[in-house]
Design a protein around this ligand. Structure first.
Ligand SMILES: *Cc1c(COP(=O)(O)O)cnc(C)c1O
Length: 490
């Protein structure tokens, strides 16, 4: 018996109980958590316990009072935002890592997969010449990439911004449709949110390159230093892909760091039908992707790729510290002889970003790719893109539906339209809310070119193709009923 009560072992027993609970959850026979709100909330909402109940009771709580009241996000019909449930292989791998390799440093099989899976991802997406580092999500991945951009821009004028701070105005050029973590990154990096110049898009949500060049020239004339051009390979709103090639050429022409945010859409390159839109990707100085979106990893896994990780090292190094004995061995001239897994830290990922302690994430990415191969991922991306296109076709064909934005990737924005509806935006907002409350098909809404639309985004491995026709039927049914009610009332 271990001295610490928390060291129970017996994982086979406890994991099998949790596994059974999760299998029941994944049958999705349960109502939404809010339907039973009082039941779980009142049970769980207890004061700090002085005495513990032991692992058996904790496991029972998980199975009976927590798992059944989990999130709607893993449902097959959940298509809101850009998020999804993790696949089984990813869950198993993350769980294994949490026990057998709790950190991504040191030499062991998990941490070998940290490097290998980054290589696999890079090769999968045709950016095998870039070097990667994992972080917790697209937000941090963008921050890390733009940290590289800041370092590079200031070093060109003889300043080390990581050491000296930033001392002159810069500009980051991103489209008006860029993810707002670009502005936040600029804020955190000390160059200021206002340094992000939002370039207008065409009516398809793609950056206007003519306006980009004009903005660069205006800044150069005013003595403002360009720091980065940020392109979207799949905007969060509609999945639009910026003109990557034309933007890359401008980045080359003016010697500006070229960042491509592919948090959602980089895997789109696996679909031959849209692959040509990714021409120019090879010009990027940095690219990010979120394996926890389209690839189905458990949340907390993004990757930043750059040409040379040394720039990230200069941007983010913690400097040697006595308490990190071994942290510098790797960079010493003579390669240390590795006899024990803790002889040195291995690849110093903790100096290429903003996290020191971090889980070994690569094993989850490795598991997903090893499970179904590039072929399986390609099939998924194609299936999802096909679903968005089918939805567009069905919506075009229906007299009371209108397509608001044509799909590029796996998002299709559409809405219910009919003569006699005074406020189409409010009507569709309410329609979508009623739809979600049925707890089967759960898209979200957005605004595209000033218009509110229903926005399914197909990224979940559980999404089935017949959901598309079902969504059209449901939206028409609910829209018709809502129209009748509002017109009998008035
Ligand atoms: C989702 C998303 C992000 C942010 O990623 P998180 O993993 O949610 O932090 C950044 N950029 C784009 C284009 C995204 O779609």
């Amino acid at each position: 018996m271990a001295q610490d009560k928390a060291e129970t072992g017996d994982l086979q027993k406890w994991l099998s109980e949790i596994g059974a609970g999760l299998d029941t959850f994944l049958a999705f026979k349960h109502p939404d958590a809010m339907t039973d709100h009082d039941q779980w909330h009142d049970y769980l909402n207890m004061p700090l316990p002085e005495k513990g109940v032991g692992i058996e009771a904790v496991t029972a709580d998980l199975v009976n009072h927590i798992i059944p009241f989990g999130s709607a996000i893993p449902r097959p019909g959940f298509t809101g935002y850009i998020t999804t449930g993790s696949t089984s292989a990813s869950t198993l791998a993350s769980t294994a890592a949490s026990i057998a390799s709790p950190q991504r440093y040191g030499h062991n099989a998990f941490n070998f997969l940290e490097a290998l899976s980054l290589e696999w991802l890079a090769n999968l997406f045709g950016i095998g010449h870039l070097q990667g580092v994992y972080s917790s999500g697209g937000s941090v991945a963008n921050l890390v990439a733009l940290g590289g951009a800041r370092q590079s821009a200031f070093e060109k004028v003889g300043i080390d911004p990581a050491m000296q701070g930033v001392s002159r105005p810069v500009s980051l050029y991103a489209s008006a449709e860029c993810h707002h973590t670009i502005q936040r990154s600029a804020g955190v990096l000390g160059v200021g949110r206002q340094s992000v110049k939002l370039i207008a898009c065409d009516d398809q949500g793609r950056m206007r390159v003519d306006l980009l060049e004009k903005a660069i020239l205006d800044d150069l004339a005013a003595g403002v230093m360009p720091m980065a051009i940020v392109a979207n390979a799949g905007t969060t709103n509609t999945g639009a892909i910026d003109p990557l090639q034309a933007m890359g050429l401008l980045a080359q022409k003016y010697d500006i760091w070229y960042h491509i945010d592919g948090a959602y859409g980089l895997p789109g390159i696996l679909d031959e039908a849209v692959k040509p839109l990714y021409q120019g990707l090879e010009m990027a100085d940095s690219v990010i992707v979120d394996p926890h979106k389209w690839l189905g990893a458990s949340v907390g896994i993004a990757a930043t790729f750059v040409r040379d990780r040394q720039v990230l090292l200069r941007a983010f190094t913690q400097e040697p510290a006595d308490y990190l004995e071994g942290s510098v061995a790797h960079s010493a001239q003579s390669e240390p002889t590795i006899v024990h897994s803790m002889d040195d830290f291995g690849i110093p990922y903790f100096d290429f970003g903003v996290e020191l302690s971090a889980p070994a994430r690569g094993v989850a990415v490795w598991a997903m790719i090893r499970e179904i191969g590039a072929e399986g991922l390609r099939a998924r991306v194609k299936r999802h893109n096909g679903m968005a296109r089918t939805l567009s076709t069905l919506a075009h064909a229906h007299p009371r539906l209108a397509v608001v934005s044509e799909p590029t990737l796996s998002i299709c924005c559409f809405r219910y339209v009919r003569d006699g509806i005074a406020d189409l935006d409010a009507f569709n907002q309410q329609l979508c809310r009623l739809l979600v409350r049925e707890n089967k098909l759960l898209p979200s809404t957005t605004r595209v070119n000033g218009v509110l639309a229903i926005r399914p985004c197909y990224v979940g491995a559980r999404a089935e193709t017949d959901q598309v026709a079902a969504l059209v039927t449901a939206v028409v049914r609910i829209g018709d009923a809502l129209f009748e009610t509002s017109h009998t009332m008035s």
